[in-house]
Ligand binder design. Sequence first.
Ligand code: F0G
Length: 433
Amino acid sequence: MPAELICFEPKCRACYPIDEVIYSCPRCNGLLEVVYPDRSLDAAELKKIWRERRMSNAALDRSGVWRYRECIPFVEDFEKVVSLCEGNTPLLDAPRAAAYAGLDRLAFKHQGFNPTGSFKDNGMTCGVAQALRLGMKRVACVSTGNTSASMAAYASAAGLDPVIFIPHGNISYGKLAQALEYGARTLQVEANFDQILALVRVLAERLGIYLLNSINPFRIEGQKTIIVEMMDQRDWNPPDWIVLPGGNLGNTSAFGKALREMVQLGLIPRSPRLAVIQAEGSAPFYDLVRHSRSALEPVKKPETLATAIRIGDPVSWPKALHEVRCSNGVVECVTEQEIADAKAQIGLCGIGCEPASAATLAGIRKLAAAGVVRRSDDVVAVLTGNLLKDPDYIYRYHTGQLKAPSGAQILSRFGNQPIVVPNDPDRIAELLS
Ligand code: F0G
């Protein structure tokens, strides 16, 4: 039986063929999930095949997404796949960051090593494969910067026409520059992410453009492979915790789905707990869980310098809530100062990341101090984006010029000021001695 789309709402569960161009349930407007009805797969055999593919030079096998294609079997014709060798991201031990967080050990799964520098590439290769399957010519997304960079690259590589919508003045230049360079038609809208998503959904339908936001269930399928690859790198030993930043909550949905499916297939013996970390000024999911509300209350004016997660009305919250519950997970939120300091600490590990990614370490530190994460726990944090995505933030932090959206000064606690020196060996030697 082929893959199907199923409405995520427990009361609806309507099914649709994957050839329909829909992003939410036509009956109840619920989120859609890709399901694979008939799956009698042998876990030991899969692990063996995936290891062998690491030795192969075939493009599909070299991709850290398509290597695990048995986990995402919605594509029949692999000619339709465009890969930029995504995935293959390292798992890095970070003892210094562990000490900062109050843990014995900590590893980072660094998605910033992807071709466009963020975790979005894992999902985008799948989203674009589905766009090609459906015969779509134009693709669109609204983005805080990384989705648009990734979509622009994959769409252009596939010969599709990318159109991106971004909140004017609120994404980093690194990300905007990527979209321009990869050839996307770039529209800077005078509105925030949540408002633009509503706009783009209307336009996509009106103009027949395929929408590649994380509401698109095929992107979620690709993002599952971040977890599959992580477990493969750990010889299928699940950690106690997987920690990730939460914005629109697509990644939380993908990680949870991956964990459920992997336990079901017998690839891992148990599920790690998910810990989702939000920035204080953009934390509607944290509020939902903290106050045990029945529905998410959007934050009307989301604020954070971690612009990637500056989202007040995360579209995937019902899925993310389900996944947090299924994994016995937690949701935490952190301040601008905590994110900035954690980011500098990740830098001092020789690793580095963009601001949103650093919310993970800040969150772990807070959860460890509260005793939720224990010192001896085995923790993997997912760094979602590359350090060079937002160099302006870094320069400001280290030179004491970083201000929170409230106007409050961010202290340059681990700052590293560049020093201007004269062209004089004596003076420089004196300074360095
Ligand atoms: N980290 C980074 C670097 C991101 O770019 C994003 C989301 C997230 C974390 C949050 O992931 O939305 O799945 O919860 N960026 C999106 C974008 C919204 O448009 O690039 P999420």
